[in-house]
Design a protein. Structure first.
Length: 103
């Protein structure tokens, strides 16, 4: 999977992030890379973009540099699970959004 030029991804679609203050809505530190088959760890968040990170297979990740659209406030609080500083989206509780292909 590779990002198109100028690619963007909604934070809610990545499904997982870490904040500097340990709350779901704090300043972002790391985010889940959309390439969930090859990037198994959280990637650095740098100035609104996915930072360079290592994959679990050789080669650079094509999602580095993708812009993150921070839509955390659109996710119902009841759908968030926080453990330590990491927050995830419980997809079983999340209502489908218009335009979602997996809805």
């Amino acid at each position: 999977m590779r990002m198109e030029e100028g690619g963007k991804v909604r934070l809610s679609k990545t499904g997982q992030w870490e904040t500097t203050d340990g709350t779901p809505y704090g300043p972002l530190l790391r985010v889940r890379c959309p390439d969930v088959q090859h990037c198994l760890r959280l990637a650095p968040y740098d100035d609104g973009r996915i930072g360079p990170h290592d994959r679990n297979i050789p080669g650079a990740c094509g999602w580095a540099g993708a812009a993150i659209v921070d839509d955390r406030h659109d996710i119902p609080r009841s759908c968030l699970i926080t453990l330590g500083a990491v927050t995830g989206v419980d997809r079983r509780r999340t209502p489908p959004q218009a335009g979602d292909r997996d809805a």
